[in-house]
Ligand binder design. Structure first.
Ligand SMILES: [Zn+2]
Length: 94
């Protein structure tokens, strides 16, 4: 169940859990009992920090905002060396 943030007219801030279909726009402040309005934030869903959620989020973002490239992949690239150790150059080649 997501948690929503509320702020009352006295300035108290608190979070409360509601189901998405039953979350009120206004409720009583937990601190002072006065009227508190829901602040506009993303609901704190438990899945937002998970790697599965991040993967879905990243996939959706690349579909809408693909990375801009200046050349085709594989062009203008140096031939890849497998090692940078100079001693490996002395090894016999097959
Ligand atoms: Zn209050």
């Amino acid at each position: 169940m997501p948690s929503y943030s509320f702020r009352c007219i006295e300035g108290c801030e608190f979070d409360a859990m509601y189901s998405m279909s039953e979350v009120p726009r206004q409720t009583d402040c937990k601190v002072c009992g006065r009227a508190a309005k829901r602040t506009v934030t993303a609901p704190h869903l438990s899945a937002t920090g998970s790697s599965a959620f991040q993967l879905v989020d990243r996939a959706a973002r690349t579909a809408h905002e693909p990375d801009v490239v200046s050349r085709l992949p594989g062009q203008g690239r140096k031939p890849q060396r497998f090692t940078s150790n100079p001693l490996h150059a002395k090894l016999p080649r097959s």
